[in-house]
Structures are given as structure tokens and as C-alpha cells.
Design a protein around this ligand. Structure first.
Ligand code: FE2
Length: 528
């Protein structure tokens, strides 16, 4: 016997045929009014299938009587003496199911059709006769009862198949829901405020491609705005170019998500990236090698685009907040400048030097940013030092030294309660500590001194020596370098000094020239 394929119709055939074999009937399903003559693996009813479905006269007789057999809930008729056909018709939620059960009665042997059918089906009559005798075929009179049984079996088999399909459908939906949750969870994991928006877009594209089976993902932003990301992110190969994505997005002009068919790129999912009521861009996904995008997958794409929109909007807000925060710090530093004109520009110059030194050492971007901000506010404690001491032109006495030496702790106390700048505190508190332990306020040494403070200490001294003071002129660059080298291992971290000396001072020199128009400037190295 030939095994049927495993498509949906065949699964139905298998189940119904299997059930009907139990009452001695072979099954022929009818699709759109056309009989399917496929045979099924059924060891119990094998001889019936071979004889009744394989014989051309039976097929012709079924075709000829089809209208009668498919009437109402199904009719019944005798195709040949000893061969009955029972039409089965059932309406279900999934549509109409039709078929014909063909079964032999005991008259097949007694009334002579057997030889003709064996001949037509090209099966051995002796073998078939043996099977037929063994199976004790029902008499013609039993057909009404068998018809009722056959129809009941047909309906129940059909119902079982539908229930199984419904269970598979739930399984599939659960699986798709899991994929959606997995993706959304991954996206949410990446939604770190202050994280790099560009990195987030790239990882979101990767995650979406892997979860939903796209070969490529393209994200085109209309206006990256304050979030400072690349406006075109592509993951995978075979994606459209920036210009092509723009054309696709314009032609679709969707406000949510849709499937578009493009001659060059095939079927693509397209979703709008929205932040609040603004359209921020478009997410396009494709390259599924002919596999259609389901409505659930489209929902997934829309969810992903929604998350991208939220993230980009938050990134822009965060960027605004960051800029506002920096502005606030700069205002605080300006307050020190106003109090002590000799330090004008010093904090800003130490800030850029600390930033550049951290970058030159190879520290992470977040640390580089912290070094910049900490350098900017390192002397903020001078706000708490009396102006008469801070601005005194001559030498300071012991008590005045002591007052100025308080500024790291004062700065620390000013800033310590602001959670957003907690990272800057080590630079503020420890920038007057020395590598050999001779500094203040704690007198700690070596790597006990936070790296941030060791960086700022070098930049602070460099600027103090490079700028004019009221009581002496700026030292030449080579002289300053020599001084830094001499203090390696005593005042400064010996491993950082060479890195500092190799830096580019172009931006620093420009700031120094700008600030030197007015007063001299210096961190007060008189107390260092
Ligand atoms: Fe200082």
C-alpha cells in the first residue's frame, strides 16, 4: 500500500480511513466535488482498499453516483452486487467534509462481482477471496445499521481532527507569544537609560532578526535628534540601501505595521517607529526566503518598533537632561571663577586634560566622561574658602594654608548628596593626594588613591605650572614636562605621567590663550 503524504487532508483521510476500516469500509475523500483515490496504510482493511479503491469500475461507479451519494447528509447505493457506497457529509466550523465509504457485503462472493473487480484491480482473486471469507462480510440487510455507524464514525473522526488542530494552533500561538516575550524582554534589557542608543539599535535589530527569522533588518530614522545615533542601522545581508528604505517607507506610508511586497526585496514587514505622537522613523524587516510574514509576526514587529520609539524618545530626553546637568555644573564652576579670578578657566582646562588623559590611558568611555566632569568640579570646594584667603596676593600663613587645604573636603560635602554625580567624588576629594603619601587630606598613597584623582592631580599641576600667577609667570612647556617627570613616583602615578606627556595639547593651548587675556590663573599649587 502507498502511504499518503502528511498534509492536512491526508491526516484527515488517515484518521477517517482508520476508523472506517474497523467496520470493514474503505474511504474515498471528496474534495471540491472530486474524489481523491489515494490509498492509505491500513493493514486491517488493506485488501478492501486494493480491491475497491484500486478498481477502475468502482471509481467510475462512484463518480457516476456522486450526486446521489452527496445529497443531504449523504445517500447510499449499491455500486455492484456486493459493493455498497455510503456518502458522508458533515458541516463543521472549518467547513464541509465529504467522502464516500465503500464496503463489501457477503453478496460480493455469492453474486459474482468479485472476479470482475479482482481482474480490474489487478489483484489475485484467490488471495482476496481468502481474506473476504475470513472477514465474514455483512449481509446487504445490515447496510442501514452500518450506514448509521459509518456516518457517526465520520463525524467523530472529523471532530477529533479539529480538536487536534485547535490544540496545535494553541501550541503555535503559545510558541509565538513566547518568541514575542523573549524579544521584548531582550529589548527591555537593553533599555538602559544613559546607555548608548546606537548600540541599542544594533542589538535590537540583531535580536529581532534572530527571533523572527529575518535575514535582514533596517532601521531608518527621520530625525535622530538629540539622541545622537546614526540615522540608518542595518543588520544582516541583502537589505535595501538607505534611499531604498526611504522609498519603501514613503510608498507604504503606514502609521502602524504592514506587509509590503517589493519586486526587488520580496515580502517585507514594515513598522513605524513612533515616539509619543511623533514619527521617528521606520523599521523594515525581510529576507524570509519566501516564507510569508504572519499577522502575529507583524504584531511582533510593531511591538519591537514601539520599543525602539520609546527608547529613542527617552534617549533624547536623557540627552537633554545630561546637557542641563552639565550646564548646572558649569554654572557652579563659574561661581568659583567669580570668587577667584586667578583661577579663571582653570577648571575647564583641567576637565579637558583629564578627559584626554583618561582616553589616552584607554579607559572606557563612561570613565572618560566622569574624568571630564570630575576635572570640571575638582576645586568646587573653594566656594567655602574665605575670599580674603583665596585672593591673597602674597604668601599665605599657616592658618591660611589650612583654610585652603580644606577645599577637597568642602567640595566633597557639597556634592556628595547628589546621586547623579557620585562617581565624580573621588576626583574632588583626593586630587591633592600624592603618590608617596605626602598629600592631603587623607595622606593615602599609591593605588590607594583613586585613579580618577591620580589623573586629575597631574592635569591640575600641569595647568598650574603652565599658566600665569600673580607672583610669577607661566613656565615653558619643556620646563613643565621636566617638573612632571621629576615628580613621577613622588607626587604623581609613575605609569600615567608618560602617557600624559605624549598627549596632544592643541585644544588645551587654545583654551589657555583664550583665558590668558585677563588675569593669571592657577590652581593654588602653593598648598600642593
Ligand atoms: Fe584643588
Amino acid at each position: 500500500m502507498t502511504s499518503t503524504s502528511t498534509n492536512k487532508t491526508s491526516a484527515i483521510e488517515l484518521v477517517i480511513a482508520g476508523d472506517l476500516a474497523g467496520v470493514g469500509a474503505a474511504w474515498i475523500s471528496i474534495e471540491n466535488g472530486v474524489p481523491r483515490w489515494s490509498t492509505v496504510d491500513d493493514p486491517v482493511g488493506a485488501w478492501r482498499q486494493a480491491l475497491l479503491v484500486g478498481a477502475m469500475p468502482v471509481r467510475e461507479a462512484v463518480r457516476k453516483n456522486l450526486s446521489v451519494l452527496m445529497t443531504g447528509e449523504g445517500g447510499a447505493c449499491e455500486l455492484f452486487p456486493g459493493v455498497m457506497a455510503i456518502g458522508c457529509v458533515s458541516e463543521t466550523r472549518r467547513g464541509r467534509c465529504e467522502g464516500v465509504a465503500v464496503l463489501p457485503t457477503s453478496e460480493l462472493i455469492t453474486e459474482g462481482s468479485l472476479s470482475m473487480l479482482c481482474n480490474a484491480a489487478k489483484v489475485d482473486e484467490t488471495v482476496i477471496r481468502g481474506f473476504a471469507s475470513r472477514d465474514a462480510l455483512p449481509p446487504r440487510e445490515a447496510i442501514p445499521a452500518i450506514t448509521d455507524l459509518v456516518r457517526r464514525l465520520h463525524v467523530s473522526a472529523r471532530r477529533r481532527i479539529e480538536e487536534r488542530e485547535a490544540a496545535h494552533s494553541v501550541d503555535r500561538r503559545l510558541s509565538e507569544s513566547y518568541e514575542e516575550l523573549h524579544l521584548l524582554n531582550s529589548l527591555i534589557d537593553g533599555l538602559v537609560v544613559g546607555g548608548d542608543p546606537g548600540d541599542f539599535l544594533v542589538s535590537a535589530a540583531e535580536e529581532l532578526a534572530a527571533t523572527a527569522g529575518y535575514s535582514w533588518i533596517a532601521i531608518l530614522l527621520d530625525d535622530p535628534g538629540a539622541s545622537k545615533v546614526d540615522d540608518f542601522v542595518v543588520h544582516g545581508s541583502g537589505a535595501p540601501t538607505r534611499a531604498e528604505v526611504r522609498l519603501i517607507a514613503e510608498s507604504a506610508s503606514t502609521s502602524t505595521a504592514t506587509v509590503v511586497l517589493d519586486p526587488a526585496f520580496g515580502e517585507m514587514g514594515l513598522a513605524a517607529v513612533r515616539g509619543g505622537d511623533r514619527n521617528l522613523g521606520t523599521l523594515v524587516a525581510g529576507g524570509r526566503a519566501g516564507e510569508p510574514i504572519s499577522s502575529i509576526e507583524l504584531t511582533l514587529l510593531a511591538s519591537a518598533a514601539g520599543h525602539l520609539g520609546v527608547f529613542l524618545r527617552n534617549a533624547a530626553l536623557y540627552s537633554d537632561l545630561d546637557a542641563m546637568f552639565l550646564g548646572t555644573l558649569q554654572s557652579m564652576v563659574a561661581a568659583i571663577d567669580a570668587k577667584d579670578p586667578y583661577t579663571r578657566g582653570h577648571s575647564q582646562r583641567v576637565a579637558i586634560l583629564s578627559r584626554d588623559l583618561a582616553a589616552a590611558i584607554g579607559l572606557p568611555e563612561a570613565f572618560v566622561k566622569t574624568a571630564h566632569l570630575s576635572g570640571l568640579v575638582h576645586d568646587i570646594g573653594k566656594i567655602g574658602v574665605p575670599e580674603a584667603v583665596l585672593c591673597k596676593a602674597g604668601r599665605l600663613d599657616e592658618s591660611e594654608f589650612a583654610a585652603i587645604r580644606q577645599h577637597p573636603q568642602i567640595g566633597f560635602r557639597i556634592l556628595r548628596d547628589i546621586p547623579q554625580i557620585r562617581d565624580l567624588l573621588p576626583g574632588v576629594l583626593c586630587h591633592h593626594e600624592s603618590w608617596d603619601g605626602s598629600g592631603y587630606p587623607a595622606g593615602i598613597a599609591g593605588e590607594e588613591i583613586p585613579l580618577l584623582a591620580r589623573i586629575i592631580a597631574i592635569c591640575d599641576s600641569f595647568d598650574a605650572m603652565s599658566s600665569n600667577r600673580t607672583y610669577r609667570s607661566a613656565k615653558p612647556r619643556q620646563k613643565v614636562f621636566e617638573e612632571l617627570r621629576n615628580c613621577r613616583g613622588s607626587q604623581f602615578d609613575p605609569s600615567i605621567v608618560p602617557v600624559f606627556l605624549g598627549m596632544d595639547f592643541t585644544e588645551y593651548d587654545r583654551l589657555l590663550a583664550r583665558d590668558a587675556d585677563g588675569f593669571g590663573l592657577a590652581d593654588d599649587r602653593r598648598v600642593a
